[in-house]
Design a binder for this molecule. Sequence first.
Ligand code: DGJ
Length: 731
Amino acid sequence: MDIRFNEKDKLFVIETDSTSYVIAVLGEEGLLGHLYYGDKIQYEDAPYLLNIPQNQNTPTPAMRDRSSFLDIYPFEYTSNNVGDYRKSGIEITDSNGHSSLQLCYESHAIYLGKEKLEGLPATFGTDKDSMTLEIAVKDSVVGLRAVLYYSIFEGLDAVIRSVKLINDSDKEIFIDKVMSMTMDMDQDGYQLLTLYGSWARERLMDFRDIGFGDTSIESFRGESSHQFQPFMALVQNGDSQDTGKVYGFSFVYSGNFEAGVNKSQFDNLRVYMGIGSKNFRWKLRPYDSFQAPEVVLTYSGAGLGKMTRTLHDLYRNHLIRSRYKDMERPILINNWEATYFDFDSDKLLAIAKEAKKSGIEMLVMDDGWFGERNDDNSSLGDWYVNEDKLKGGLKKLVDEVNAIGMKFGIWMEPEMISPRSRLYDEHPDWAIRVPDREPCRSRNQYVLDITREEVRDYIYSRIKAILESCNIEYLKWDMNRQLSDLGSMGLSRDAQGELSHRYMLAVYDLQERLVTDFPNLLLENCSGGGARFDAGMLYYSPQIWCSDDTDAIERLKIQEGTALIFPLSTMGAHVSDCPNHTVGRTTPFKTRGDVALAGTFGYELDITRIPESDREDIPRQVAQYHKYNHLVRGGDYYRIASYQRNHSFDAYMLVSKDKKEALVTYVQVEASPNPARKVIKLPGLVPDATYQIEDSDIEVKGSTLEKVGIALPILPGDYQSKLIHLLQKNS
Ligand code: DGJ
């Protein structure tokens, strides 16, 4: 890990273990050129990159044919309306109503460590394990300065980029768009990989060709969304796990975003990622600044697998702060699919008692315990216990659950207000809405305008009061609708375009208060399933509910897409009852347990009513969780086969960091008659070490497992699963 400035040739060279990233300061004007990002090259050879003709033209002081240069040269960050006709990463309106912007080098700094981003989630590091480059570029006509940040971490092939805009003038400047990064590069046979979805089928993988013009994704729903994950990758060899170049881009932000690739007339690409510019307009007051969220860039010269493992390590070690990240999470049982709104304390206690017998460790009471909430048509905002359901109150129930020997967790949806609620009767103006318009209802609820401090303070006071009222050790923070009718009574006419981003800052502020005041609370974020499963939220909660689809087979696809970026220990995954409530499928209880094992693991069923044989199997699943959870939390993840693409079976493997142990999960989704043999290769082991396959007398070298592989068993029927545990001999 190193960042150096070559004074003579005016080059910045950022080096990670196996990548180089090179930026040039060009000509007298000091435009910033993007020279290289990819496999590591010798530092001494960085000036050679200047000899690779980037185009036929050079920036000339005579200004002749200037656009021929600006419109083709690979820039490090874009300008606007000055002769580069490609898509801009930044758009502003200055105090004269003009939009031209040309950012030129002003100064730079290189230092150990990494600064926090005020009010935003961000990766973190110390002086010992991280380094940062700041390059200040400026348009002196407008008086706008942009500071481009680049941080790297020891042992990780990732570059973290963000942008801060500073108004150095005494006039207002409107920011109409600000991408956190842009990067110009050659098209070298890349396809675009993104994760798309919907409710109950989040983060499915989509590969598409990059055509001329724009190939992009976005969310303007006020959250990262079910529909697109704020992530994309340029991949050379499709889904290959170990060949081809891969550039990954993951946004550490949970609100509106846009990201994509713009292919120019000369076949080259401009990659961009940042806050969504639709409905966005930020008034940057004189001498004020605006910090855009950060983007994690990863480069792998060896397929998707390396990108995934880099992101897992980065997020585990430099993004998730919770003390739970390195701990086994309590195995929980959640009553949502067990009872929906139809429960009382007797029912919950019955579930807790039965769960305790099987080794389950925590009861989570989901939606429906407050106000008059007997369905989803009312009471959001009325965070007062419904004593018709919880007889004797919340503390009594929690004490009784604790007395059984179980922990207690609770569900809340703090950002919402039901039109049928006491809170709405008192404060109809607290909903996000446009005056004189009836806002769009979704799940019969509105979104609270938490950008207003009094609203935020009120909601936080209610969360705090509930959490302090008894021994609550876990909170599921849900969000079940997306933003619309953007209008805030708290913002002036010319600041309405700030609402969506301010909303996200308000969510972050609330969760920051929460994790500061309750450091021992296990927080799980959730949004109608997995609509806010993003890197931003992981800064606050070590786990996020992955999807409302708990069907083991659908989960194979959802968890594959999620694990492409996020560590397995962050994926909320539960065993539920069958027929599955979302897709109606019946799968073996064992398979449900094996698939949920790849996440946080828990149950979402009425344990007092499931078949006896399933109930009897729970202690075995619990023991399995304790046996393998260290691999799920800390191991290296290898995707071996994808049901999403082969429509037949799924396989993935976890290898401990010391490579002494590995676990393969195999799910035979479809049985076939008289099948061909299936052999899967197992990478990531020590080539010379001997591994014993547990419950067999097979002993074989790591290199043979990698080159030849193991034969998968033929299992009796559809939806069957098998775990294969390998242990290094004499270790
Ligand atoms: C959506 C969540 O994803 C579910 O798990 C459940 O908590 C419901 N909301 C409750 O309304």
